[in-house]
Ligand binder design. Structure first.
Ligand code: GLN
Length: 483
């Protein structure tokens, strides 16, 4: 059963070859057997099971990043601050999934409130990369990626602000998909940076990503950035065999400076594959790319900290036992005691970039750059259908690598952040495997990011599906998770 995609599991349940109870029990068994190596979950709903064989999807299990509120299920954001929080509501996406008979089997680990990227920012524990247990799984959707990759579950939900689905999915060899920002409902998903957050999926195949997209693509009246764009993906796209109609743009800025040589070679191989499939490759430039990381790390801390202020240590469980003389001291103790280092760092940055003195030179400037990045992409999509690039400049780091170097961490976002700032949809497909930078024998996955213009998700799914079918890399899983 582990080899089956989400779609295949559903087909087997519908044709009564397996029952949803068997599926559920199998994955709980598998998780109990292997999770001690990965440390991916925060909460498992072992006893929960409802059978309803008349339903279309009859309760298929999914894993949910611990940032989606689920009624009466502990939801922590992997923060000590919310360790005992039990929400009274379902997030809209959870509701939609339940209506389609898909249910959460539990909550998976992440970086605290989705900040940072290299797993150790979870207040509970790190989650390991199943491809190499001495390497990080990346974050913030580390638990979701790690488990789908080890085939402990067919699909999971995550969120992507700057790259939090893309990096972990790519480092762990699974498909991420993120539609246009305006198709998302963030209602009762813990906010990180509201003008960028996109709750979406990690799956084993492109078609599974489409299946969940059909369920989750919903105009939510409770979410004021969700807009109504009703379109249906044409089923004919699954028959397409080549990319004769596709103009692909390779932005030269994404192949410069900090791109690791191993990753570069692997991506160039994938480009050759695209040419074999008859795609026309065009080589032009996105000049504003070089400012994207700087703009993002001003806009995001400002939004993050604004969102974090709702955790005022009066309404939630934890509060410091240290004596305090006034409210300011009370807030200080709690903020430093219960928040992890990255949340603290962003709070300080926020106070600086939004202050009356520096607002114009930092926050306002960053917003202007964002507009120029959006314009850059608009012009690009007048000429081409899709843009391809590496997801990450490097393969998964060793656990000790760059541990105390936040700048390295921020720069690793360079290829994903521009599209997030411009609200673009994107998907990834496996490019190939490469040797690790220290030349060890182990092979590590490298993935290709495919971007397109807003609301053109069909084009993305079509290109990604042709590429996936023409290669075999996505069918690989780390050998030691047999059974
Ligand atoms: N590295 C990015 C950050 O820390 C990614 C976070 C995200 O996408 N949730 O902001």
């Amino acid at each position: 059963m582990k080899d089956l995609s989400l779609l295949e599991i559903i087909e087997n349940i519908k044709s009564k070859k397996i029952t949803s109870k068997e599926v559920w029990n199998y994955f709980v068994w598998r998780i109990e057997k292997y999770d001690e190596k990965l440390w991916a979950f925060n909460f498992v709903n072992k006893d929960w099971f409802k059978e309803n064989d008349n339903s279309i999807l009859a309760w298929v299990p999914l894993w949910i990043k611990d940032i989606f509120c689920e009624k009466w299920v502990p939801t922590t954001g992997s923060s000590k601050m919310l360790e005992n929080f039990i929400p009274p509501y379902d997030a809209t996406v959870i509701k939609k999934l339940k209506e389609a008979w898909m249910s959460s089997i539990g909550k998976v680990n992440m970086d605290e409130f989705a900040m940072w990227s290299t797993w150790w920012n979870s207040a509970f524990r790190p989650t390991w990369n199943p491809w190499d247990l001495t390497r990080i799984s990346w974050g913030s959707s580390s638990g979701s990626a790690s488990w789908v990759s080890a085939w402990l579950i067919p699909a999971a939900l995550g969120t992507d602000t700057g790259w939090s689905l893309r990096q972990p999915a790519s480092m762990c060899n699974v498909v991420w998909f993120r539609p246009s920002y305006w198709r998302n409902s963030r209602y009762w998903v813990m906010p990180m940076a509201s003008s960028l957050d996109c709750p979406w999926t990690i799956t084993k195949t492109v078609r599974d990503a489409w299946l969940l997209y059909e369920i989750m693509n919903w105009h939510d009246k409770l979410e004021n950035t969700s807009i109504e764009v009703k379109d249906i993906i044409d089923p004919k796209i699954w028959e397409t065999k080549n990319l004769k109609w596709v103009k692909v743009w390779l932005p030269k800025e994404y192949f410069e400076e900090w791109l690791d040589i191993w990753v570069k070679q692997t991506i160039l191989k994938a480009i050759e594959k695209l040419k074999e499939l008859w795609a026309e490759i065009v080589d032009i430039s996105l000049p504003m790319t070089k400012y994207a990381v700087a703009a993002y790390y001003i806009i995001v801390p400002a939004e993050v900290s604004t969102n974090l202020w709702r955790l005022d240590w009066l309404r939630y469980w934890y509060s410091s036992n240290k004596p305090y003389n006034d409210m300011q001291e009370f807030y200080m103790h709690n903020r430093w005691e219960w928040l992890w280092v990255e949340a603290q760092r962003r709070s300080v940055l926020w106070a600086y970039v939004l202050s009356a003195w520096f607002y114009d030179s930092y926050f306002k400037k960053a917003c202007q750059i964002r507009t120029l990045i959006i314009e850059d992409f608009k012009k690009a999509f007048e000429k081409v259908d899709v843009i391809v690039s590496p997801v990450s400049p490097n393969v998964a780091w060793k656990i000790w690598q760059n541990l105390n170097d936040p700048l390295k961490d921020y720069l690793a976002d360079a290829y994903t952040i521009p599209a997030s700032l411009a609200w673009l949809p994107g998907i990834s497909v496996p490019a190939w495997f490469t040797k690790s930078e220290d030349n060890e024998k182990k092979l590590l996955p490298v993935w290709l990011q495919i971007l397109t213009s807003q609301f053109s998700e069909q084009k993305l799914l079509e290109v990604a599906n042709v590429f996936e079918k023409a290669t075999w890399y996505a069918k690989q899983n780390p050998q030691w998770f047999e059974d």
